[in-house]
Design a protein around this ligand. Structure first.
Ligand code: TYM
Length: 321
């Protein structure tokens, strides 16, 4: 069952991205990419985009994403090509309902048109490869659902062409919260120095300090209770995700917030430090990274071309007979 996922280089990678998505990019036959085309749906700085794209690709390799599966989206033109075809099968009504569009753009005249059509590009990413599994955090579920709807409709109207992806299975830490504001998502688009956002490449002492200063709740009981104790619940979920534990069970072993925070910091650093070491090692050999990405690009191009061609033909475009 082919797995596929992408990460948008719109800010420096966070612990949320890693726990919710990146560490689940494990299929040696999968397709995992830096979604740089998706990073242009809001105002962007071209130089920063180029730098972040390279940083993300290197971090994916450092995180152990299987070699040959990693590529940069813009290197594989089939994504943008299929996206246009899918725009021609999607409706303004369904795209207007996307939460991300409603939050970031709806109603503002200077909103980029690509923010509106972005879910069609994401559907193209998924459908090009016949991916059934799409490991993503909870904030992307609605987009995967739309990709399913688009695939089902396309198959019905133009003939069986696409595999319908499955809905994301509930995994641990699909919604890591901001440490300073535990009712909000930890987001890479927050300011680089935001105290509640753990960045994968921040120095370990900074990360430890951030965790020790995480906002907690007014009483002292360690309990998993999202509604009444969002701060502690978030820490328990991070700990559980880093140690493959159960957040409700883990809560029982703590009598104080301090001890919990110490263990969370240790567990997070045990995940992040090896990744940082591998990142540092990889950056000493830019040529090797280049080669890996070229290999990933060629493989992705080869795997995606037949489905693009099938969709092109099915829609009756010139040269398709
Ligand atoms: P992006 O770049 O916003 O996020 C990358 C992945 O990280 C997950 N994530 C989180 N998981 C848990 N807790 C959090 N606080 C948290 N924040 C982010 C996201 O859910 C995502 O899985 N549109 C996508 C990228 C994309 C894609 C695709 C994904 C483009 N094409 C095709 C899957 C398939 C995005 O912007 O994710």
């Amino acid at each position: 069952m082919t797995s596929l996922s992408g990460i948008t280089p719109s800010g420096r990678l966070t612990l949320g991205n890693h726990l919710g998505a990146l560490r689940r990019f494990t299929d040696p036959d999968g397709f995992y990419f830096v979604a740089n085309l998706h990073a242009m749906t809001t105002r962007h700085d071209p130089r920063r985009l180029a730098t972040l794209t390279r940083e993300f690709a290197t971090l994916m390799l450092a995180a152990g994403v299987p070699e040959g599966t990693v590529f940069v989206q813009s290197d594989v033109p089939t994504h943008a090509q299929l996206a246009y075809l899918l725009e021609c099968t999607s409706y303004v009504g369904e795209l207007s309902r996307m939460i991300q569009y409603k939050e970031k753009g709806n109603g503002r005249p200077m909103t980029r048109a690509s923010l509106f059509t972005y879910p069609c590009l994401m559907a193209a990413d998924i459908l090009l490869y016949g991916a059934e599994r799409v490991p993503v955090g909870g904030d992307q579920d609605q987009h995967v659902e739309l990709a399913r709807d688009i695939a089902i409709r396309f198959n019905r109207e133009y003939g069986e062409t696409f595999v319908v992806p499955q809905l994301n299975k509930a995994a641990l830490a699909t919604r890591v919260k901001d440490l300073a504001n535990p009712t909000a998502k930890m987001s890479k688009s927050d300011a680089d120095d935001a105290v509640g956002t753990i960045r994968l490449l921040d120095p370990p002492d900074v990360i430890r300090r951030q965790i020790m200063r995480a906002v907690t709740d007014s009483d002292t009981e360690v309990r998993h209770d999202e509604a009444n104790k969002p701060g502690i619940t978030n820490l328990l979920e991070i700990l559980a995700a880093c140690t493959d534990g159960d957040p409700v069970e883990l809560a029982k072993s703590y009598a104080s917030y301090g001890a919990l925070k110490q263990d969370v910091a240790d567990a997070v650093l045990a995940v992040i430090e090896p990744l940082q070491k591998e990142y540092a090692r990889l950056t000493t050999d830019p040529g090797a990274i280049e080669n890996l990405l070229a290999h990933g690009r060629d493989r992705a191009l080869e795997a995606s071309a037949p489905r693009l061609q099938a969709a092109t033909r099915a829609m009756g475009l010139a040269g398709s007979t």
